[in-house]
Design a protein around this ligand. Structure first.
Ligand code: T1G
Length: 666
């Protein structure tokens, strides 16, 4: 199939790209564009050119799959130079999303016309890259330095109307008449002739760039690409175009050859791969989810409900006690109103979402729900009782899901007469914010139930990953292999702050002890202050429950900012002394080896047991469920980068049993 064709419309030649699914700039597209321009220049009767795309979108970027292959001619720069230096005006006709190399292609056209629904952006920074085909040098010449810096370093697209305001596009087309409007616009530009973006002066100066860095310092901590993008935009303000292009090329290659971009490109595909269920037909018939029931109006039940309400899906939320129900509904309203105050929703939208929420004190009100998600107390007995009742109440074909974090979904399913309709849907707290959804496949979960749960996750904006039934599924199971050694390291002389710092320096949002304080040290505590068998018991016995009461491993101020606690350290030291373990200095490397390597090891075991479909799914779980730094690509990607041999040697040195499949790779 020809990925680029041309059509003659009197004096205008239209070059049409058709390279599904997103018209990526694969080598044959680059060749086709170059040939199209040559055809136009070689025909005196052609006065102007339009470049447009078939399919759902204008060119959405370079073909990322080509990055790991030997480069193929023509280079994108050659194709774009042929366009920009054309003696006849070339117009880009934009629909869908003109992204990355796609947007850079439009910048090497002389004028741009876009459908009102189109979006334009340079998301390369999200791949650990920068626009490597002149985007950082041409954008400042069209939209100005400040806007160019925000687009390149932030990576978010702008809607066509804003692009028009910014000078990124010159004209808006009708929603359904882009092809014709583009030809007419091209004719208009014949008299004006080509306007090469490279010849335009840079608008504005670099004075605002430092402020952008300061405003994003926290978000960009550990990332290379945002700063490289800003350096290139800044270079445009002081270098002639060709030197700016050389600067951009150098910076682009540094990123392309670095581990961060490899990791972020890995995650781009990993996230999309996670949506696929091996062995299932792609076109499996899904169950229709028009009405959802949520049991439990606590933190999780409320957060889960918010995901559906925000997508216009009505929710019946059930509690056992009016007071708890009222509190839960109140928290949902408060959260929405807080978002509205930040401009995320209008007050009408808040009312509409609240209007779609039906509070209830009776499970019977779930009878007509298509999907019911249970988010009650994490006790197998309680869950089995609830599912037994749901089995009697819910209509045939309703999907019955548990939000359990650890428990055996098969055992829950066995409490019903319809185990094929039971699945785990494990949301991560706060459920209305965290993107990860572990969809736990029971032994008897029907294929269409599994597929519907995955599709529902995507529909409410989650990144869904299939997990098998085991204690803690994928994420929490690996988390637990980190917590035990972290506690042991305290007994050997490390401090919570030292261990947490190793993790936050690594790029995690928080370390093991900061996480414990956030969750609450008293979760699962036996509540007997005289029974002190662990450091956690000792802290709870001293009423140190974590952030919730201002003191745990750390002391917290009113804003919940933690500082090292002399009292907690004394309690830990007192307990440590009973362990008869010599106190020693512990290196940061040892902390990495004993808290992060075991997670990689557990990931291998999870794969051996078939509890995850693929290693990249495990990476997705950790990035979207726990904030693992995306520039490290997830635990399994990072483990491979560390080197399986190095990990096996360290685990064995620390007396940790190594997964067979990991040992085999060493
Ligand atoms: N290259 C190769 N494959 C791509 C691709 C790309 N740029 N973009 C998407 N795909 C695949 C994707 O893997 C999936 O495959 C299918 O297309 C549908 O994607 C020189 C260096 C355009 C908004 O970063 O943001 O240009 O799973 O599920 O939800 O300066 O795809 O079906 O086999 O995401 O409708 C810069 C990346 C590249 C844009 C559409 N461009 N893509 O979303 O579909 S670097 C990007 C997207 C670059 C230049 C630099 C989205 C989308 P499969 P999808 P979607």
């Amino acid at each position: 199939m020809q990925s680029v064709t041309t059509q003659r419309h009197d004096d205008v030649l239209v070059i049409i790209v058709n390279n599904p699914p997103v018209n990526a700039l694969s080598w044959h597209v680059r060749q086709g564009l170059k040939d199209g321009v040559a055809e136009a220049l070689g025909d005196a009767s052609v006065k102007a050119v339009v470049i447009r795309c078939d399919g759902s979108t204008f060119i959405a970027g370079a073909d990322i799959t080509e990055f790991t292959q030997a480069p193929k001619e023509p280079a994108l720069g050659d194709t774009l130079d042929a366009m920009e230096t054309s003696s006849k005006p070339i117009i880009a006709a934009i629909h869908g999303t003109a992204l990355g190399g796609g947007l850079e292609t439009t910048l090497c056209c002389h004028y741009r016309i876009a459908e009102p629904s189109a979006k334009l952006g340079v998301p390369e920074v999200k791949l650990g890259l920068l626009p490597g085909a002149g985007g950082t040098q041409r954008l400042p010449r069209l939209v100005g330095v400040e806007a160019a810096a925000a687009m390149c370093a932030g990576g978010d697209p702008v809607p066509a109307a804003k692009a028009l305001e910014m000078g990124l596009v010159d004209r808006l087309a009708g929603e359904d008449s882009l092809a014709a409007d583009a030809i007419a616009f091209a004719r208009e530009m014949i008299a004006k002739g080509p306007r090469a973006t490279r010849d335009l002066p840079v608008k504005g100066d670099a004075s605002g760039i430092e402020a952008i860095k300061a405003a994003n310092a926290r978000k960009w901590k550990g990332f290379d690409a945002p700063y490289a993008n800003l350096a290139c935009v800044e270079a445009a303000t002081r270098l002639p175009f060709d030197e700016g292009m050389a600067f951009e090329r150098t910076e682009f290659m540094k990123l392309m050859m670095g581990s961060q971009s490899a990791a972020q490109r890995h995650m781009f595909f990993a996230e999309r791969q996670a949506a696929k269920i091996d062995g299932l037909a792609k076109d499996i018939q899904l169950r229709e989810i028009k009405k959802v029931g949520v049991i439990g109006a606590g933190t999780m039940g409320g957060g889960i409900s918010m995901n559906f309400l925000a997508k216009g899906i009505p929710v019946t939320i059930v509690e056992m006690v009016q007071e708890n129900l009222d509190r839960g509904v109140g928290v949902i309203r408060k959260n929405y109103e807080a978002s509205a105050a930040k401009g995320r929703f209008t007050s009408e939208q808040v009312e509409a979402m609240m209007g779609a929420l039906t509070p209830s004190l009776s499970l019977d009100d779930l009878a007509d729900c298509d999907l019911v998600i249970e988010a009650v107390y994490e006790s197998m007995d309680v869950k089995k009782e609830v599912f037994g009742k749901l089995d009697a109440i819910c209509k045939p074909g309703a999907i019955l899901a548990s939000n359990t974090s650890y428990l055996d979904v098969d055992e829950i399913a066995a409490a019903t007469s319809r185990p094929q309709d039971v699945v785990g849907m494990h949301f991560f707290s706060p459920a209305n914010v965290m993107k990860l959804l572990e969809v736990v496949r029971g032994a008897k979960t029907a294929d269409d139930v599994l597929s519907t749960a995955m599709a529902t996750g995507k529909r409410i904006g989650k990144v869904a990953v299939v997990a098998g039934v085991c204690h803690g599924f994928i994420g929490n199971r690996m988390l637990s292999t980190r917590q035990a050694p972290a506690m042991q390291l305290l007994l050997e002389g490390a401090t919570p702050a030292q261990i947490d710092k190793v993790h936050t320096d690594f790029g995690m949002p928080m370390g093991p002890f900061q996480m414990s304080d956030l969750a609450g040290l008293d979760i699962g505590w036996h509540r007997d202050p005289s029974k002190i068998e662990t450091i956690r018991d000792a802290l709870c016995a001293a009423d140190r429950f974590g952030q919730k009461n201002g003191k745990g491993f750390y002391d917290y101020d009113a804003k919940r900012v933690g500082t090292e606690s002399p009292e907690a350290l004394a309690i830990i030291e007192k307990f440590r002394a009973t362990s008869n373990l010599p106190k020693r200095d512990i290196s940061d490397q040892e902390i990495i080896e004993r808290t992060l390597y075991p997670m990689v090891n557990e990931g291998y075991k999870i794969l051996e047991e078939g509890k995850a479909q693929r290693a990249s799914d495990i990476d997705v779980v950790w990035i979207y469920g726990y904030g693992w730094p995306v520039y490290r690509g997830g635990p399994m990607f990072w483990g491979a980068l560390e080197g399986e041999g190095k990990i096996v040697e360290a685990l064995e040195r620390h007396g940790i049993a190594v997964a067979d499949s990991l040992k085999a790779k060493a």
